[in-house]
Write a protein that binds this ligand. Sequence first.
Ligand SMILES: *[C@@H]1O[C@H](CO)[C@@H](O)[C@H](O)[C@H]1NC(C)=O
Ligand SMILES: *[C@@H]1O[C@H](CO)[C@@H](O)[C@H](O)[C@H]1NC(C)=O
Ligand SMILES: *[C@@H]1O[C@H](CO)[C@@H](O)[C@H](O)[C@H]1NC(C)=O
Length: 403
Amino acid sequence: MALQTAPPRLGSQRTRARGSLLLLLLCLGWVLPSRAQAADVRLALLTSRLQRTSRDLSWQQPELTVLLPRARRGAEKKACPPGREAQVVDENLFFYEEWELEACMDGALLATQMRQVNRIPFTYQQLHIFKRKLDEFYPQGYPQSLIERLSYFFLHVTPEDIHKWNVTSLDTVKSLLKVSQGRGVDVQVAALIARYVGGGGELDKAALDTLATFRPAYLCVLRPEQLGSVQLSVLWMTTPQDLGACSSLQMAVLYHKAHTAFQNVSGSEYFTRIEPFLGGASTEDLRAFTWQNISIDAAAFKKLPTEAVLSLTVAEVQKLLGPNLVGLKAEAGNVPLRDWISRQSQEDLDRLGLGLVGGVPNGYLVLDLHSREASSGSPHCLGRGPGPVLTVTASLLLVSVLS
Ligand SMILES: *[C@@H]1O[C@H](CO)[C@@H](O)[C@H](O)[C@H]1NC(C)=O
Ligand SMILES: *[C@@H]1O[C@H](CO)[C@@H](O)[C@H](O)[C@H]1NC(C)=O
Ligand SMILES: *[C@@H]1O[C@H](CO)[C@@H](O)[C@H](O)[C@H]1NC(C)=O
């Protein structure tokens, strides 16, 4: 009876007996196509069984699913033997061979009895077959009625599956987050959040708190105002990879959160921490670096938002880079430096002593232009660096020199 009502506390003799039987079958090579895999999978099953006896439903080890051997070839097309058609999802199915499950199992049945699927300690191979059956039955993606009952089966779906779903229930999101904790399915979680938020869903504090226990692969799917509610501890876990898809609006929110989160560290550690967030820094934030004597390098400069860089003076950029200033020369043709250069007076740029060209010319233009071209020796520098103003000026000057 307990088996019917509670999630299985299957640390019973019954499980152990079944586990032993399974191991015996494994040893006889009944389940597995190759010995090398058999050893691995046996270990995996043993591990999962040991865990199952101590924790409810701990059978899922996503990192072990890579061990899944392909379904036995040639066995897939067999017809279901008479009397073996599955009418309910129960323990008897555990003893079906894989080809029998293939032949006798029905996606619709699985969908209606998902709770039972989660309750019985099916092997990875069996679950893999169930997953395929469900995918065949719902080629357009699982309906919400199934998603809300998925529970531990969620650990078997891929991000591609999830991207087909419509998720509108916060309770569903929360229940799936709960089963995902500690299971290494951060990418699936990010996909789930993307579907929910993308459909207009709001996350409450409890959901955000649970999310904070996952690798923050979901950050760039949150709206800026939702990012504002993310826990500061999340910023400590964030890697550059997690920020790759963020917009500048999202980065601006994240930069300020990160700045707050990293208040207890200073100097080079602060800079190492904040660096992945630099794409969200404002001009004022960059000026603050110069007051703190933090020097950014050319690689970090490259990541700065163009709008934030454009308002900096030559002296500020000099201070911002400090000893790293020489590295800037190599960035002259790229944003944001290229755009910044085209807004500075060439005279100021010259003071940096880096040979940066393309600033707004002043004074005796012909001489300036001539020396610039001669010193850089680069015939395309006009087309590359400066804005239209200089290009036009240069053309006029050339005309006047030639005439
Ligand atoms: C999701 O919603 C859209 C629009 O209502 C619908 O066309 C689509 O079939 C739904 N997908 C699933 C998997 O339910
Ligand atoms: C700063 O705070 C974070 C999180 O609160 C903590 O993980 C980190 O160890 C702290 N660092 C220092 C140097 O106190
Ligand atoms: C920055 O450096 C200058 C000169 O080295 C020093 O006088 C100043 O105190 C430093 N400021 C900070 C915040 O470390």
